[in-house]
Ligand binder design. Structure first.
Ligand code: NAD
Ligand code: TYD
Length: 339
């Protein structure tokens, strides 16, 4: 079996590569990644030691690159993680989100059609459903919840999902889609809430919490997302969407305080800053479909997962210290300077 994993030098894609290498040591894996600010070849150091893994630097929205890769490699399965993934950046500059997340998806699917790929899997997000009210803890996103996006990021991901379903209906392309809640774990880029708080708390720096910190996210340890995608690409029904989440809802302030408690750092580091424009209030996944159809359930609860994640950041300082000492400094200044 030969898999193309796009965006594999990023957070979830790299975790997925390690997951598949462990479980299916005979599979041939090719990673196509543009190595944007979010991609890091160092993350794949261990993967690159295996003979049946190969890394190609390239853009999923570049038709020539993608088609010539498919011509030489003959993939059985394509799993598309490649994306611009940060909501705040999409508010600053939406264009690249449309290019990568929508056009990139189209180019990959066109190549899948031409080269008869057996499965195209789109890694999507619960953010395509918009948000739920804070005061309605009884409501969850199901696969039937209407698409209703808030940010340029989520709108680009939803557009891609619609395109994927259109390629299934019109061209019969064998597709599946997973819509997962917020992930956390190793190799998470420190612009996102959890690694940002861990890295800044360790340096005794102020911790920017948007608004009142009461927005709710449904946190899933990244390995549980990988196991869900594994089941979907092997046993999922073609043309179907699967929601992925483990009922681990927390307000942002609860997450920040949990990290501070684990690190033994004071809550006085918390600084409430101007809210994100269009900030989604609450995400919460109903995973009944993937539970019942594919027997998936999450294995790591939030308390264990956050401890494992903090330990990973403590034991792998050079990975994230290199990142935050580079261009990222300018990013932080630009995004948070006047907040
Ligand atoms: P990430 O930003 O950490 O990684 C994205 C990777 O894609 C990077 O390695 C980057 O270099 C690469 N990339 C970007 N543009 C590219 C292009 N044009 N061509 C090739 N490669 C390109 O993102 P992530 O958090 O690992 O998310 C992976 C996928 O999962 C995304 O599609 C995202 O929408 C989805 N998702 C993320 C979460 C989450 O909590 N992080 C939750 C649900 C779904
Ligand atoms: P983030 O990790 O960016 O993921 P998403 O926006 O895709 O859910 O943010 C998670 C939550 O944390 C979100 O409600 C915004 C909030 N947040 C902060 O309060 N401060 C920050 O510095 C960041 C990056 C996020």
């Amino acid at each position: 079996m030969k898999l193309l994993i796009t965006g594999g030098a990023g957070f979830i894609g790299s975790n997925f590569i390690y997951y598949i290498q462990d479980r299916y040591p005979d599979y041939e894996l090719v990673c196509l990644d543009l190595l944007t600010y979010a991609g890091n070849l160092k993350t794949l150091d261990k993967a690159l030691k295996k003979n049946n893994f190969c890394f190609i630097k390239g853009d999923i929205s570049d038709r020539e690159t993608v088609f010539s890769l498919f011509e030489t490699e003959k993939f059985d399965v394509v799993v598309n993680f490649a994306a611009e993934s940060h909501v705040d950046r999409s508010i600053e500059n939406p264009s690249v989100f449309l290019q990568t997340n929508i056009i990139g998806t189209q180019v990959l699917m066109d190549a899948c059609r031409k080269y008869d790929v057996k499965r195209y899997h789109q890694v999507s997000t619960d953010e395509v459903y918009g948000d739920l009210p804070l005061e309605r803890a009884d409501l969850f996103f199901t696969e039937e919840t209407p698409i209703h996006t808030s940010s340029p990021y989520s709108a680009s991901k939803a557009s891609a999902d619609l395109l994927v379903l259109a390629y299934y209906r019109t061209f019969g392309l064998p597709v599946t889609i997973s819509r997962c809640s917020n992930n956390y774990g190793p190799y998470h880029f420190p612009e996102k809430l959890i690694p940002l708080i861990i890295s800044r708390a360790l340096a005794d720096e102020s911790l920017p919490v948007y608004g009142k910190g009461l927005n709710v996210r449904d946190w899933l340890y990244v390995e549980d997302h990988c196991s869900a995608i594994d089941l979907i690409i092997h046993n999922g029904r073609v043309g179907e969407v699967y929601n992925v989440g483990g009922h681990n809802e927390r307000t942002n302030i609860e997450v920040v305080k949990a990290i501070l408690a684990h690190l033994g750092k004071p809550e006085s580091l918390i600084t409430y800053v101007k809210d994100r424009a269009g900030h989604d209030l609450r995400y919460a996944i109903d995973p009944t479909k993937i539970n019942n159809e594919l027997g998936w359930s999450h294995q790591t609860g939030f308390e264990d997962g956050i401890k494992k994640t903090i330990d990973w950041y403590l034991n792998n300082r050079s990975w994230w210290e290199d990142i935050i000492s580079g261009d990222y400094k300018n990013y932080y200044e630009k995004m948070y300077g006047n907040r």
